[in-house]
Design a protein. Structure first.
Length: 122
């Protein structure tokens, strides 16, 4: 388990905004934790944060796609090269953002996508 003090402030800000919107937030870490959570179900979207290596974020996105082809995913990277962007969008990332993260834009995109998804399920 990672030390929560290592988590950038934008992560906690997004979590707070999503909770205010009435959404549950769960933090999973790369690897089995992430896959097990997806397999249990109930995950409506994922924000993938790659601390240093963009390949880590793409790797997480590949893992998610091996379990769920349709889960809306946002990828947050330190830096995004054209190759990274092509790979992320080929893996059907909803958006790729670089740090510093625009918390308002990310929160809006998440809540809007989830609202549309809920409406289409009814």
């Amino acid at each position: 388990m990672r030390d929560s003090t290592m988590v950038p402030s934008w992560v906690n800000e997004v979590h707070g905004r999503l909770r205010l919107a009435g959404l549950s937030v769960y933090r999973a870490y790369p690897g089995l934790d992430c896959i097990e959570r997806l397999q249990r179900g109930g995950v409506a979207a994922a924000v993938l944060w790659a601390e240093a290596d963009p390949g880590d974020g793409l790797g997480m996105l590949r893992m998610i796609r091996s379990v769920d082809l349709n889960l809306p995913c946002w990828l947050v990277l330190e830096d995004a090269t054209p190759g990274t962007l092509r790979a992320a969008f080929a893996l059907r990332a909803r958006s790729v953002m670089t740090q510093p993260v625009d918390v308002g834009a990310l929160s809006f995109s998440l809540t809007r996508t989830l609202a549309v998804t809920r409406r289409s399920e009814h």
